[in-house]
Design a protein around this ligand. Sequence first.
Ligand SMILES: N[C@@H](CCC(=O)N[C@@H](CSS)C(=O)NCC(=O)O)C(=O)O
Length: 352
Amino acid sequence: MPLQFIRSSLFASPKNLLRTLFLVTKLRSLAMGSYTASSQSSKLFFRQLFEKESSTYTYLLADVSHPDKPALLIDPVDKTVDRDLSLVKELGLKLIYALNTHVHADHITGTGLIKTKSPGVKSIISKASGSKADILVEPGDKVSFGDLFLEVRATPGHTSGCVTYVTGDGPDQPQPRMVFTGDALLIRGCGRTDFQFMETEILVVVHCSFISQCIRRQIFTLPKDTLIYPAHDYKGFSVSTVEEEMLYNPRLTKNQVRYEWIILDRPCCEPSMPNLSNHPNDPKLGHGLDPTTNHDSPGFPFTRYMSPDLSCRCSIQETFKGIMENLNLAYPKMMGIAVPANMVCGLQDTTS
Ligand SMILES: N[C@@H](CCC(=O)N[C@@H](CSS)C(=O)NCC(=O)O)C(=O)O
């Protein structure tokens, strides 16, 4: 509503005055809502926190309707642990979990420090990450805090163990839903895919397929108003929605024919990397059709990648793989220190 209309209607009639006051209040609360990124749920306390050197978002969630006010932190950073723990204390929350979405390569997780400063807090990371933590979660697991919970979804590709945490689906859970995507899905972007398994062309394709397919299947299938909260932003964005990213994310709105086709009908994100050494038709040398039947070999869903008819369906520049190969990002400055430290997620400073 134009401000001019609000102003002029202020003087029209008592009825209009009330309506206008309601509108102004609503507009103000909407503006504040997006500024503080607060949730609609009366049970959920939610705060988005920022670490500026690595442009990392940490999220604090708590069930404030529960007598203990149990809380969790998603993707805490070592440098801002004191700030985060002071906030938890000030608000009278009881921190029970410190979660990581994945093994970060650009900063050191805060979970180790949190555990030393706040004994009793349990660290959480995915089992697929291969790193250490108190609790290793798998897709489908729930992380409960009071009456609220987060659901674990697998979104590998940036790293093989990346998971996304989604607020629960149910009458007492926050509405709209909220999804903490780590580095899998960023606002108008996504995590780079050049960290792991880049030895062969086929594995590059597998990883690109994983991330783009997992974003589609695990995140874009959520209700359109689901709020997206990533682990990083480099452009000043703080929140998006499933609908917005489906429409405007430049890395996910381009031609996907090649990758949709490659893992068609395969359950997403299963650790079923093809065993290249045992396969009779080496995909590096050509397509993997069974020469006797001219069909895909059983149990090898990627075999048609090199098939000439598929390759000409779309040009490589239009594909997700083409986009990802042309990002030209330098490796994170802290990678050599961050990855080994984060592989012992939350345990490096404890005796357990
Ligand atoms: N310049 C930063 C690292 C930037 C970077 O590589 N970010 C990662 C996520 S953190 S490992 C990424 O996936 N970026 C995708 C993108 O499109 O930016 C540093 O030196 O730390």
